[in-house]
Design a binder for this molecule. Sequence first.
Ligand SMILES: [Zn+2]
Length: 160
Amino acid sequence: MNAAPQPEYHAQERWSPDRPETLVVCCSDGRYHAQIEEFVRHEVSERADLFAIPGGPACVDPWTSSFDEARVFDQAMRLFSEAHDLHSVWLIAHHGCAYYALKHPGRKLEDVRALQVADLRAARARILAAHPRYTVRCVFAALVDDVVVFRDVGESAGAP
Ligand SMILES: [Zn+2]
């Protein structure tokens, strides 16, 4: 893509000691990261903590992922909540997630999406059980042509 790597790169963005107040839990899928970052900056935070793992919010609940994955998330969550001024968590699932495709082969896209939304809500319930004062937002990143559209799919928002 570009020339040989340089021994140093100086980031344009200045570092800030302010503690993040929002944790974003999303899939590792790099095709969505620029849009997720843009969405988070636009909606709330310059400096969100980021927990990116295949399947994203599926990892929160052992019943929607595995006990190993949920344990890793629990440990990270403990650190985030103790070391940072966290008061909100955003759970972002995305269209065409390979984690779901591998776990549920042959399922129709709309069935997988319904499953992802149910998993987002299960994840929110689990986080709220441990951290009742947090605000937890459930978001689905849909793909409309080549535009990523973020929709709130929390219980009050109805179907995706
Ligand atoms: Zn994914």
